[in-house]
Design a binder for this molecule. Structure first.
Ligand SMILES: Cc1cc2nc3c(=O)[nH]c(=O)nc-3n(C[C@H](O)[C@H](O)[C@H](O)COP(=O)(O)O)c2cc1C
Length: 384
């Protein structure tokens, strides 16, 4: 799974109901030992299947990125939600995702302290901030529908044991970590009920090709030169755009001809030019001066969250952007393209740069793309 700075701040809490390969109970995934560790029992009426609450250990990302950490933590969680949902779909299961559930409900379902109560409850342990959840089942229920509220039964259970020590255990959050944690806590409060939507296979990743794309996906090292052909780029844009009902809008900056393109909604394998002019050097500056982006084959960008957007919109748009880039990476991988996600966008006001109103179209996430590397023929000496 991709992660900003390879810091992997996302934790998975597993609520295992009947019909799974583990006995029912609450578990925490231990990435160091690749094991699910039992934290507590399951309620007698636990719903079938597996509910996974995704939390972040803020300090892991804040240590490196400081004040830029909170959007990256949301993007990373979106990538993790997609990784889980896609792995489930690749194995023939059904997966549903929620990106707007209230943090208090997520914490209660996972048997974690309520937001703001971590230190008072479990002093000396590393706090986690819940942000999203995925529900995985073998089938819909007998009536053909999913359990509408898969976290509710779990949320009524008492606390489970604290999670096992992770890579950042004992690391007290510094000032940047405390600030990023406070931002995320404010964004993850929601008065609305959780909206669950079904995860589908990305384009070009139906059946066994999804499992192959998951196994092959890696971030390619820059430079990422070589513009992908139009049909491939349009298919990757469609993959990002169709990944969830939560947005954001996607376009791509290319050099030939220089401009911004989108996938034609009527013909998803065809590109439509929506703005003329070379945008990649500006994108390179906005993305913390990563100069190689100016020459990238294409830079996919997700934009939205106008000034004045609600806390819930800010959170959902960033989570959905991470989810979308993860799906777009799989489609690109299946097409043989090279990819690298891009975070750390600063003052990246796409709308204003295109002559529109300022503060309406902020770039949230990106994906650099490049055509497949040419297959090199063996040299004469290798042929001998
Ligand atoms: C949210 C997010 C933001 C990222 N931002 C950048 C970036 O700005 N520049 C870059 O070179 N790589 C970026 N990456 C790629 C990571 O460095 C890469 O995913 C990580 O090193 C793990 O490698 P892998 O993707 O091959 O598993 C980002 C990844 C994610 C998920």
């Amino acid at each position: 799974m991709a992660s900003a700075g390879a810091l992997h701040p996302v934790n998975a809490h597993l609520m295992v109901g009947p019909g799974c390969s583990l006995p029912p109970g609450r578990y925490a995934y231990d990435p160091l030992e690749h094991r699910a560790r039992l934290r507590g029992p399951a309620p007698a009426d636990a719903p079938p299947g597996l509910a996974v609450v995704l939390t972040v250990t803020v300090q892991r990302t804040a240590s490196h990125y400081g004040h830029r950490a909170w959007p990256l933590l949301l993007l990373d969680t979106g990538h993790a939600a997609a990784a889980l949902a896609m792995a489930a779909v690749a194995h023939g299961y059904r997966a549903r995702v929620t990106l707007n559930a209230d943090a208090a409900e997520l914490a209660a379902a996972a048997g974690l302290p309520a937001p703001g109560r971590w230190h008072a409850t479990w002093a000396g342990t590393t706090p986690e901030q819940p942000l999203a959840a995925v529900h995985i089942t073998l089938h819909a229920d007998a009536s053909g529908r999913f359990d509408r509220r898969p976290l509710t039964t779990w949320a009524a259970e008492p606390f489970a044991a604290p999670p096992v020590a992770g890579p950042a255990s004992g690391l007290a959050p510094g000032p940047a970590g405390r600030r990023a944690g406070a931002v995320l806590a404010a964004l993850a409060r929601s008065a609305d009920s959780a909206v669950w939507w079904p995860a589908g296979s990305p384009p070009m990743c139906e059946g066994p090709s999804l499992a192959r794309a998951i196994a092959r996906r890696r971030s390619a090292p820059p430079p990422l030169n070589g513009q992908p052909d139009d049909a491939a780029l349009a298919t990757v844009l469609t993959s990002a755009g169709e990944s969830s009902p939560c947005g954001p809008a996607w376009c791509a900056a290319v050099g030939t001809p220089p401009g911004l393109v989108v996938a034609d909604p009527a013909e998803p394998r065809v590109l439509r030019l929506v703005a003329k002019g070379e945008a990649r050097p500006t994108l390179a500056v906005w993305a913390a001066r990563q100069g190689w982006l100016a020459e990238a084959g294409a830079v996919l960008i997700g934009e939205g969250v106008p000034d004045g957007a609600s806390a819930e919109q800010v959170r959902v748009a960033h989570l959905a952007a991470g989810y979308a880039v993860a799906c777009a990476e799989l489609t690109a991988t299946a097409l043989g393209l090279r990819t690298r996600p891009i975070g750390s966008w600063q003052a990246a006001d796409l709308g204003a740069a295109l002559g529109g109103r300022a503060g309406r179209r902020w770039i949230l996430h990106g994906l650099a793309l490049a055509a497949p590397l040419p297959v090199s023929l063996p040299s004469r000496s290798e042929r001998r």
